[in-house]
Ligand binder design. Sequence first.
Ligand SMILES: Cc1cc2nc3c(=O)[nH]c(=O)nc-3n(C[C@H](O)[C@H](O)[C@H](O)COP(=O)(O)O)c2cc1C
Length: 342
Amino acid sequence: MKNNLATWDISEKDYPKNGSQKDKLKFFVKYAILAPSGHNTQPWSFGLDDEAMVINVYADRTRALPVIDPDDRELIISCGAAIANLTIAMKYFEYIPEIKFFPDIADNDLLACIRPLMGYEPAENDKKLFKAIKQRHTNRLPFAEDKIDPYLLQKLVSVVSEDRITLFVIDNDEKREEVIKLIEQGDRLQAANKSFCRELAQWVHPNRKDSKDGIPGYAFGLGDLVSFGTPFFIGNLNWGDIQAGRDRNLIKGSPVLAILVSNSYNPLDWLNTGIALEKLLLKAASEGIAASYLNQPVEIPELNEQLKNMLNLKGHPNLIIRMGYGKEVKPTPRREVDDVIK
Ligand SMILES: Cc1cc2nc3c(=O)[nH]c(=O)nc-3n(C[C@H](O)[C@H](O)[C@H](O)COP(=O)(O)O)c2cc1C
């Protein structure tokens, strides 16, 4: 396995059952860092307090994406996804995760303080979610035509409601077409925005690069040679029409198009969105269902307003995802656990 993928090579058998508190906390963090994040920036860090047996989760705003994500909304969502993995790992190893969100009003980078309390008995679903942490990967390839069973889809909808987030499934063909048009418009606007392209080009890498963050070309289905030129292509050519056509086809062929909606527009709701997102993706992965994102209309304020009005959404759209059955894809790089522990 390539060096920058080594973090995926983790096994539950390596759990330090007889190790120190610190070893255990560190082991949980190894699962947290496998979470998805915008542009694979991995904008998190962790403080381990072994005396109090607590993990502090921090936003690492040096990894922010100021053009695409000026309020750090997606950054906080990404940290929420890492928190979900932490709690799922704790439950698997028989701890009840006690979480305090934003425990220090003077420090808005400290997002959560999580204390594992002994005495949990993991249910079958907890075990499935845990095993799915290593199976979940963003899948940007076309999906098969197979529909998702309505009963299973309903279960996925319930998963996010546990964290007071709504999964709004767009099941009306006319509305779907309108959302596709907004996504296409978003592609063209983003590709025409030089600052957006420069930012994206910094995080998309040739397949052979050893970077521990960012998105390798293979995650977009690109071969080694083409991936070599991708950062230049993104930064210098107008690719809006190409991307718009590609996204239209991907969505047309996806059994489910849905939006994650939060009640309010604030960091706590973004954290909950991230937790709900990761639980949703893990539940889906455990059932063989893959997902990828088409967030363009949410990231552009004018289009976001149109999206809300068009679908009569009661709340704030945060992420647009498509789901379906796809071919297996490779994991993407991660920084190592020692790089993210304060
Ligand atoms: C908040 C958030 C926003 C994301 N937005 C997009 C997006 O707009 N387009 C996309 O292709 N992937 C998006 N992703 C997926 C990330 O690029 C992906 O998680 C990252 O590259 C790591 O890869 P992995 O999910 O396969 O582990 C997003 C992920 C998160 C958590």
